[in-house]
Design a protein around this ligand. Sequence first.
Ligand SMILES: [Mn+2]
Length: 327
Amino acid sequence: MFKEKSSKLHEKIKESRSILITGTKKEDADSISAEILLKIIIEHEFKEKRVEIVNEEDPPEKFKFLLEEVKIFPYVRRKNEKYDLGIVVDCGSERTGKVNNIYKNCGYKVKIDHHSFGNEGNYDLEITSTNVGSTTEIIYHIIKNWNLKLNKRLAKLIYAGLIADTGSFQYDLTKPSSLRICAELLETGFDFTKTAEMINLVRTYEMKKLLGLVLCNMAKSKGGNIIYSYITNEMLKKTGATNSDIGDIIDELCFIKDVEISILLVEEEGGTRVSMRSKGKINVGEFCKKLISTGGGHPRAAGCKLNMSIWEAKDFLLQKLEKALIY
Ligand SMILES: [Mn+2]
């Protein structure tokens, strides 16, 4: 897979002196792992290049185990830099936040991604497929096409992206190819149980305290098929939790018997941040996009920001969703 495109990428990197690697503003395990993988393999192939990963913000603490010795620069430290070649992973450049200002000035633009949305056509080279489990799975193919040998370090990163995006091979993003590749990854002898533990289970003490409050505050709609809960600034202060602890909490509100939709409302400057999960009857991606143009996501997982208080947002959403669930 991707044989010709992998050689094209190799050729273009060879011609460049400086390379920018970036990814989604909302960093996740797949995007961070894909960035690190690229940096490692490019530096292995070409010794004299300046290869830098730049994301809008510093990586969250929870991804330190993926980074090891690799550095990721926040946008502010690199905003005046120029690079010959730019590679955006796991999204289109419009989702990289401020880093897009650097990316769009790159002499040659590459996109490596497994999503179907994004502004196709604005890149010099697109290495994309929706028929893979993760962006790291695409990079596995680049590694193979460049005739590099897999080792424990590379295997761990490919695996991290795969289990994060496929929900440890439970979601429909799981492809037969993903599982075949995993067999090969495991043969390197990397510690896959530790990797899975770090991605799926290990959370901060503060996050668990916050989760306790969120679960206690959980309530049902009149019909009982929508549940919601909330996080106020007060709750963050009380538990010492930070923004990076909030990301995993919506998933804890899912998989409750007979519940069709789960909502988490988070107090933010200027309004309320809404995260939603659906069991499938309602496409929450479309729902959020219709509410406000900046909202959206996937059919079963989406979000938006509303210019109202948590309580106003709750009433507003419940009213719209109850109607939508009836029809
Ligand atoms: Mn991904």
